[in-house]
Design a protein around this ligand. Structure first.
Ligand code: CO8
Length: 257
């Protein structure tokens, strides 16, 4: 049983994971990242899970990597850092993740939020990459994902000054998709995840993979991937069900094959 996470069993296909180290503003130590990676690994093969919500508490989504733990690792320690494997497992997760962010999403916390497919934030959220203040730099995708999300100028400003941006600014910049009142952030994220969980799982999976391609490939390759994925779905029972349900004017029931 994880001790740094609270896990709510899947409801309507949505697994909710709450980061639970409030005494350290949910700083991401090796144990928490390991438990998160294990939980997602299990969720990958669990057909009852079709989407995941990751959240923190009112004060912090996560205030970054655990600085005290990091202080104990020298260069060799960093090269052998098990956390990089946990991040890789989180990156490989195959189902949609919605991050419900209130309070601080700093350093590794902002990077974790950016591993999500969709970020919903409360008005009080703060997003930042303050590593530069510690004499280091982002190491879990912060320079790459942030630049792709908000563009060169703002990403550079955030990474080189270490100054965070507000939820409003994050919305304008395209880092997040919605702002809510803080007490409604989780509810809104769960509602979005529940909607996604009711769709055809294979269509969700391939659409998500195709969207990811847009982040790391040229347009022609991305378009080719999209065409192949679109064509593949023609072989699924869920496509047949979706189209028949439309024609019969009833809601579709998708089975995942
Ligand atoms: N690590 C460890 N402990 C932390 C962290 C952290 N990142 N953030 C907060 N805490 C602890 C504090 O030490 C404090 O503990 P204690 O009560 O025992 O003193 C407790 O949480 C509460 O924090 P504060 O008293 O500081 O709360 P404030 O409201 O005064 O301030 C801040 C909140 C502004 C968020 C402040 O805590 C802060 O600046 N935290 C550090 C933020 C930061 O620098 N984050 C980046 C860390 S580096 C990183 O994330 C690199 C990721 C690379 C990943 C690569 C993996 C391979």
């Amino acid at each position: 049983m994880p001790t740094t996470l609270k896990i709510t069993p899947p409801q309507e296909g949505v697994l909710c994971i709450t980061l639970n180290r409030p005494e350290a503003l949910n700083a991401l130590n090796t144990q928490l990242l390991g438990e998160l990676a294990d939980t997602l690994n299990n969720a990958n093969s669990d057909n009852n899970v079709r989407a995941v919500v990751i959240t923190g508490n009112a004060k912090a989504f996560a205030a970054g990597a655990d600085i005290n733990e990091m202080a104990e690792r020298d260069l060799v320690g960093m090269l052998e850092d098990p956390r990089q494997h946990h991040w890789a497992t989180i990156t490989r997760f195959r189902k949609p993740i919605i991050a419900a962010v209130n309070g601080y999403a700093l350093g590794g916390g902002c990077e974790l939020a950016m591993h999500a497919d969709i970020i919903i934030a409360g008005e009080n959220a703060l997003f930042g990459q303050p590593e530069i203040n510690l004499g280091i730099m982002p190491g879990a995708g912060g320079t790459q994902r942030l630049l792709r999300a908000v563009g060169k100028s703002l990403a550079t400003q955030m990474v080189l000054t270490g100054e965070p941006i507000s939820a409003r600014h994050a919305l304008e910049a395209g880092l997040i998709s919605e702002i809510t009142q803080p007490e409604l952030t989780l509810e809104r994220a769960m509602a979005i995840a529940t909607r996604i969980a009711a769709k055809a799982p294979l269509a969700v999976r391939l659409a998500r993979e195709s969207l990811h391609k847009a982040m790391d490939t040229d347009l022609a390759t991305g378009l080719r991937f999209e065409r192949h994925a679109f064509t593949l779905l023609a072989g699924t029972a869920d496509r047949e069900e979706g189209i028949r349900a439309f024609q019969e004017k009833r809601p579709a029931t998708f089975q995942g094959h």
